[in-house]
Ligand binder design. Structure first.
Ligand code: ADP
Length: 163
């Protein structure tokens, strides 16, 4: 069985992430979308909430499961018997860091491949941080995050701003 992991912060999941999830799920028997827990970074949503948002938007993709982990990715992949890490590339600027990460992961777990999927053209500008920034200015989020979670993301941003 081919198992891949799509790691990220997903704070929150965007339409760009969901596009990568759908395309990667079509290439593997199982895709584990994993919220990587990085205690230094405090996000808009807690790790549990990010998992719940991801579960909501991937509910109709049967071979996708959602998890969160504080482990090193190379170790987490071993634990899950995954042979591949999936990454999305939006621009050349993503490449340098991702390439370094891929090499480190291969050093730590020589059986682990990294597969890069190029972002769909209309999502190359899209990131979780730009989504949060736009939410601050009340820009409707439906073009940026999946419909099912747009209201929740907007409401959380309003909450945080104390409006
Ligand atoms: P962000 O940069 O939006 O905060 P993450 O850190 O959660 O996203 O990224 C997880 C993975 O998804 C990374 O491989 C990242 O390059 C990829 N990714 C993020 N946004 C997009 C997008 N709009 N299209 C394709 N891939 C993306």
């Amino acid at each position: 069985m081919s198992i891949a992991i799509y790691p990220g912060s997903f704070d929150p999941v965007t339409r760009g992430h969901l596009d990568i999830i759908k395309r990667a799920a079509a290439q593997f028997d199982r895709l584990i979308v994993c919220v990587m827990v990085n205690s230094e970074k405090k996000g808009l949503f807690s790790h549990e909430e990010r998992v719940a948002l991801l579960q909501k938007v991937t509910a109709d993709i049967p071979n996708v499961e959602v998890d969160a982990s504080p482990m090193l990715l190379a170790e987490y992949a071993k634990l899950k018997n995954a042979s591949c890490v999936v990454k999305g590339l939006r621009a050349l600027s993503d490449f340098e860091k991702e390439f370094q990460m891929a090499m480190i992961n291969r050093k730590l777990n020589p059986g682990l491949e990294t597969m890069f999927l190029s972002a769909r053209q209309n999502y190359t500008y899209l990131s979780s941080s730009i989504t949060k920034e736009l939410a601050m200015y009340h820009v409707p989020l439906t073009d940026f995050v999946p419909d099912e979670i747009a209201e929740e993301v907007q409401a959380r941003m309003e909450d945080q701003l104390g409006r």
